[in-house]
Every structure is written in C-alpha cells, then in structure tokens.
Write a protein that binds this ligand. Structure first.
Ligand code: AMP
Length: 220
C-alpha cells in the first residue's frame, strides 16, 4: 500500500486544522501541525518556544531551518509509514523545495476562503486564560458576553488573533504561502476546495474531489 501524504493549504480561519483532524480520523493517519508544535513549545517555555514566540505573536513566519528540521525529524518516525496530513508546513517555496528533497506529497488541498471571511472568523476567536476553553463570538459564543461559561473568567484573544496580527498573517499568506498554489498546480496535485461552507460540506467536497483525482478507499 502506498502512503497517503496530504498537505492542507489555506489562510488562517480557513478550517485547515478542523479538516486535518477529520481526515486524520477518516483515513486513520496522523497529522503534523507545525503551528501546534510551536505553540506547545511556547507553553512549555523551551528554547525553541522562546525563539518562536516573537515571530508567532506578531504573525510572522518562524525561520525556515527551524521548522524544516522539526518536520524532517518528525516525519522520520514509524508512525507516518501509512501517510500524514500536513497542516501549516510547508508555508513558502523554500520550505516546499526542502520538503520535496526528502518527501513526496500525493495531494495538496487548498481550502479557499476570502480575506473578509478569514478576518471575521479569526478575530472572533476567544480563549479562557484560566481553563483554556475556546469560544467564538459569532459561532460559539459564551452565555455571558466575553465571560467563560465554565470558570467565569474574562475571555482573551490569543495574541496572534488581534486585528494587527491577523492582517500581518494575511499579508504573509498572500506573499509567501500563496505561491505554493502554482508550485503544486504545476506538479498536478493541487485540489481547490470551497472553504466557505459548513464543516461537514467542506469535508464531503474533499472526499469527492480526492476520489475524482484517483484516490480509492482501498488505497488506505
Ligand atoms: P498556524 O497555527 O499554522 O496558523 O501557525 C501559527 C504560527 O506558527 C504562524 O503564524 C507562524 O508564525 C508559525 N508557523 C507555523 N508553521 C510554520 C511554518 N511552516 N513556517 C514558519 N512559521 C510557521
């Protein structure tokens, strides 16, 4: 059986992380999210976390060599023999070329949403600083305005979801990450998905298009 290696592309708020989780459960293969790995390192206060913090909080990319070495090391583990869902790496052409030197992607899913929708989705996110519960002021609001349902603490925005950081991240996406669309289109593995639908509809479209592009369930 060939491994199933999928990359998810899209702006913040496109639902990449959500779809990565769904795909991972459906095909029973693990995900690698560089954003998650870096946030965990920040929480633990490691050297890597400290280095990443200033880039992440401002919405800039962490240096290529740092993320590429994390992913290269992670991908060498046995748990990825059947495949992987990559979320957030590669994020620019240099990273894509580095990855191509040691790893073959089968499909690249571009989850497409407008910048307006991205801003609306991301700036509405809230987190409870005490218990870590996540909310969204439009899609999953707390019962009491800006107050955690569970522990009654005042909710906060993650530092990289302030309007300034979101604007920077969108600029970074368009100038550095979007060129990957052409890069993978040229390789014939790019699949565009309409991200402005409900979570289940996006997932259905992904499965339908993967089949149209030759993926059969028995492959996994
Ligand atoms: P994400 O959760 O994927 O939106 O990532 C959050 C932040 O982590 C990004 O805004 C970057 O600062 C950093 N990051 C994640 N993946 C990468 C990557 N492949 N290259 C550089 N920085 C990254």
């Amino acid at each position: 059986m060939n491994p199933l290696n999928i990359l998810l592309l899209g702006t913040q708020g496109s639902g990449k992380g959500t779809q990565a989780t769904r795909l991972s459960e459906y095909f029973n293969i693990p995900t690698i999210s560089t954003g998650e790995i870096l946030r965990e390192e920040m929480e633990k206060g490691t050297e890597l976390g400290k280095l990443a913090q200033s880039y992440i909080n401002r919405g800039n990319l962490v240096p290529d060599d740092v993320v590429s070495s994390i992913v290269r090391k992670e991908l060498s583990r046995d748990k990825y023999v059947d495949g992987v869902i990559l979320d957030g790496y590669p994020r620019n052409i240099v990273q894509a070329e580095t990855l191509a030197d040691f790893f073959t992607l089968n499909y690249v899913l571009l989850i497409d949403i407008s910048d307006e929708e991205a801003v609306k989705r991301v700036t509405g996110r809230r987190i409870c600083p005490k218990c870590g519960e996540n909310y969204h002021i439009n899609f999953n609001p707390p019962k009491e305005d800006e107050i955690c349902d569970k522990c009654k603490t005042k909710l906060e925005s993650r530092e990289d979801t302030t309007p300034e950081a979101v604007e920077t991240r969108l600029k970074v996406y368009h100038s550095l990450t979007e060129p990957l669309v052409g890069f993978y289109k040229d390789k014939g593995i790019l699949i565009k998905i309409n991200g402005e639908q409900g979570i289940a509809e996006v997932f259905e479209e992904i499965l339908t298009k993967l089949k149209e592009h030759g993926l059969h369930n028995e492959e996994k």
